[in-house]
Ligand binder design. Sequence first.
Ligand code: NAD
Ligand code: UD1
Length: 333
Amino acid sequence: MKILLTGGTGYIGSHTAVELIQAGFEVEILDNLANSKIAVLDKIAKITGVKPKFYEVDLLDASATDKVLRDGRFDAVIHLAGLKAVGESVEKPLIYYKNNVCGTINLLESMKRNSVNKMIFSSSATVYGDKDGIKLTEDMETGIGITNPYGETKYVIEKILMDVANSNNDFEVTILRYFNPIGAHSSGLIGEDPNGIPNNLMPIIMKVATGEIPKLMIYGDDYNTPDGTGMRDYIHVVDLAKGHVKAVEKLKPGVEVYNLGTGEATSVKEIVKAFEDVAGKELPNEVVERRAGDLAKIYADCSKAERELGWSTELNIKDAMRDTINYLRHYEG
Ligand code: NAD
Ligand code: UD1
């Protein structure tokens, strides 16, 4: 089976490419390198022995996208390309809607023109909006209380995919709602590139560990959680990548939605402790005010993916910390 992986040089995409290749899929990558580096292709080759064919194409360029689809004769598309910085999306909403929504529409039009009917889409737990402290299941209402344009783009794209599936009985789409991906490949060759100013917890911890940021600001310790800090469902990126392999193998007509998480919630303080235990040194930190828009506890019910995809996580927080530290040791910039 031949797969086009959009966003394949990015953090989750590069790990997904590795797992797909190792599972025997033929993978080609489309990315505009807006938030990734071409060197990732050599790293994928080093891990798998296969260097995927690469198209440096922006999904906003409809004719270039069409050419990739026309020439490639793909059986399925795994669509991860998108902009993902929450804060930036508040400042530059039009760029986010244009890139994520219009890019996806161009891709869907090209798929239609070239008779590619199978798609996996990377969505986010953010579509559940302001639901706090309950295990989230796929049938719960989405779209209420989303606090930023990035999250809205995921919600809108999910709607578009559902409408396309309604209009075309041959269309097969699986929406994967990721919870909080962390960690890196055990080889240390690929991981989340710590370039730029991060907003998410693990990239910030990485920068504190390397001394680029003096300390971690813990956003609030007065939440209704056992230690007062926010709790999230952190999933190792390799487990997440494996979820894509299962999802593409199980594609069927219509729309399916799956949460990809662990089913467990871990607090910020527990993450800090896990990092310190594995690193063998203290991580400077300070508790500050809550961050606007944050919730106390967000975690997934993953029983649907377990039941229907035969997928469940194999790695834990300690593995993610070990692999992150190993990746930092290998990091070449
Ligand atoms: P990433 O930024 O590392 O990867 C995204 C890739 O898409 C980048 O390589 C970027 O260059 C590319 N891209 C962006 N716009 C493009 C365009 N118009 N045309 C072609 N390529 C384009 O991010 P990631 O963490 O690997 O996330 C992958 C996907 O998963 C994204 O859609 C993201 O929204 C989604 N997601 C991520 C998280 C997370 O916490 N990392 C959580 C939920 C969902
Ligand atoms: C954030 C976004 C969410 C997006 C997701 C993945 C917000 C409000 N939510 O989710 O829309 O889908 O990233 O990109 O931005 N924390 C600290 N100090 C820090 C950073 C984070 O204490 O410097 C805490 C947060 O308060 C939270 C936890 O760490 O409790 C995880 O934060 P983060 O990694 O930003 O992910 P989410 O908030 O889950």
